[in-house]
Write a protein that binds this ligand. Structure first.
Ligand code: BTN
Length: 251
């Protein structure tokens, strides 16, 4: 699990493998604070005891069965207003690997990976900003690989969906390769192409679906995202724009 990746330029050239830790994102944040955060460093653990998810949630993962890791990036070419592009590149990286194995894989806005109605992967991005640029980004990825039982019905894994056991090291290398490829595209300024790829693979795009917001349930079609990454839904009453937490996708 800790070999150096041969097909990437910098993501995964340094891999720190911790048999057990509280949270790879927190460990990575520690490296950032102590000035030891080299771009492309991967911190991976077999047993994450206090995995953190979006919106203060907990990310649970059975020891040894799944991928739980963080990648350190230095996207100083992005302003905080452009941070959604990090969501785009990391979602595409995980999506590309899952899609190779599962036909109906999709990105669920903003950065969950779904197979059918179930979540197979999640991403937690934590940025630090200096002089209006994103100095460091910790991209934390959890992908359910060989776990067979979950405490919640809405979660799944690659083995449950395909009936096959997976080599975690190969999947890790694949995600890092795709992350680096998309990140280099972003650095080269190909923002529109990345945005379009993200939208093309977004769950429910241009389909009539049921949603819920503060006011209750409603039908609508996802039409896209704003420059800041907010979700744009066309409803019977016109177009509405949502931040994270403000809208729920009902299957
Ligand atoms: C979510 O969907 O809520 C995001 C989950 C992110 C989990 C990963 S596992 C590796 C990294 N370390 C953490 O503490 N969280 C992320």
């Amino acid at each position: 699990m800790h070999k150096i990746f041969t097909n990437s330029l910098f993501v995964g050239k340094k891999v720190i493998h911790l048999p057990k830790c509280h949270s790879t994102n927190s460990i990575a944040a520690g490296f950032v604070t102590s000035g030891q955060a080299y771009e492309g460093t991967v911190i991976i653990t077999d047993h994450q005891t206090a995995g953190r998810g979006q919106r203060g949630s907990v990310w649970e993962s059975e020891p040894g069965e799944n991928l739980t890791f963080s990648v350190i990036l230095n996207p100083i070419f992005l302003t905080p207003h452009q941070q959604f592009f990090l969501t785009i590149v990391s979602s595409l990286a995980v999506y590309n690997i899952v899609k190779k194995e599962v036909e109906d894989a999709k990105i669920k806005w903003p950065n969950d990976i779904y197979c059918g109605h179930k979540k197979i992967g999640g991403i937690l991005i934590e940025n630090s900003v200096k002089r209006n640029k994103i100095e460091t980004s910790v991209v934390g990825i959890g992908l359910n690989v060989n776990q067979l039982n979950f405490s919640i019905d809405s979660a799944t894994s690659l083995q449950i969906v395909t009936g096959r056991k997976f080599d975690k090291a190969g999947l890790l290398e694949g995600i890092c390769y795709h992350l680096e490829t998309a990140y280099l595209q972003l650095r080269a300024g190909n923002k529109e192409a990345l945005r379009q790829l993200y939208l093309n693979n977004l769950l429910g795009i241009n389909e009539r679906r049921l949603f819920a917001d503060d006011a209750g349930e409603f039908h609508g079609c996802i039409r896209g995202i704003t420059a800041l990454g907010q979700l744009v839904i066309q409803t019977e009453l016109g177009e509405r724009t949502y931040n994270m937490k403000e809208v729920q996708f009902l299957f």
